[in-house]
Design a protein around this ligand. Structure first.
Ligand code: ATP
Length: 246
């Protein structure tokens, strides 16, 4: 049986000035699922996530989150209702400590100090490396640690739907493996995840369902395991030997 959708988008169109970047996208994320959107540079993946998060202005279509229509809401309201984006740029407050960066993530939910401490503890359990460096400035972190901090900060807002924009970008394969293990664990703890990735192999491996986005439109969709065996996906996104590796 299909899980109840936490997010349902239909006919989503986004324009930058006169140029349309997304041409009518239909996407569904089932509660408790990892859904991935893979595709090449410039396909519109970041545009899709930022439009869903309420960060863009020229957007049309319908967006249902927890069954309610919500395309015109403010970003703060979307975050408060559990929709949290980890942007590709991993914007951190680099002159602040790791702990303060994390605490800022909880700010929008107006948690009590006790709840914030509890959340911090659970993030440190997931990322012991951040705990070891809790008083260090964020500027001193490695690429992988920055990604952990960006995800950790999102978790401080208690996401129900976590949206990740290319979490593997610029990271060494070993670190990518760690990050994807964390993503799989988050799903196990009940968070629904919308994962945008250029690393199709890693994304299809961890996801339940997948969409291929090309030049602003969905060209293929299906169960992630099935798509990983689709000759069109293998040829364009996975290369030779894909079956063995995934
Ligand atoms: P990448 O993997 O390189 O980040 P992407 O799939 O995330 O690519 P987008 O960044 O969403 O793609 O870009 C989709 C299209 O929209 C591209 O043609 C891009 O040039 C255009 N675009 C993105 N942001 C803007 C902007 N702020 N103003 C004008 N055009 C934009």
């Amino acid at each position: 049986m299909e899980p109840t959708p936490i997010l349902e988008i239909s006919d989503l169109r986004v324009s930058y000035g006169k140029v349309e970047a997304l041409h009518g996208i239909d996407i569904k994320v089932g509660a408790g699922q990892i859904v991935t959107v893979i595709g090449p540079n410039g396909a519109g993946k970041t545009t899709l996530l930022t439009a869903i998060a309420g960060l863009l202005s020229n957007v049309s279509g319908t967006l249902r989150y927890h069954g309610k229509l919500r395309l015109d809401e403010e970003v703060e309201e979307m975050v408060a209702s559990g929709m949290v984006l980890v942007p590709e740029t991993r914007e951190l407050f680099t002159d602040m400590s790791i702990e303060d960066n994390l605490m800022l993530g909880a700010y929008i939910r107006r948690e009590s100090a006790r709840e914030r401490d509890g959340l911090l503890k659970s993030v440190f359990q997931l990322f012991p490396r951040l705990e070891e460096r809790r008083n260090q400035q964020a500027a001193t972190l490695s690429g992988g640690e920055r990604q952990m901090l960006a995800i950790g900060r999102a978790l401080m807002a208690r996401p129900k739907l976590l949206m990740l924009d290319e979490p593997s970008l610029g990271l060494a394969p070993r670190i990518v493996k760690d990050i994807f293990e964390i993503i799989a664990n988050l799903r196990r703890s009940g968070t629904s995840i919308l994962l945008v990735e250029q690393n199709a192999r890693a994304a299809l491996h961890v996801a339940d369902f997948a969409y291929v986005l090309e030049t602003g439109a969905v060209s293929l969709q299906g169960n992630a395991a099935e798509l990983a065996n689709d000759p069109r996906v293998i040829e364009t996104y996975l290369g030779l030997g894909a079956r063995r590796a995934t």
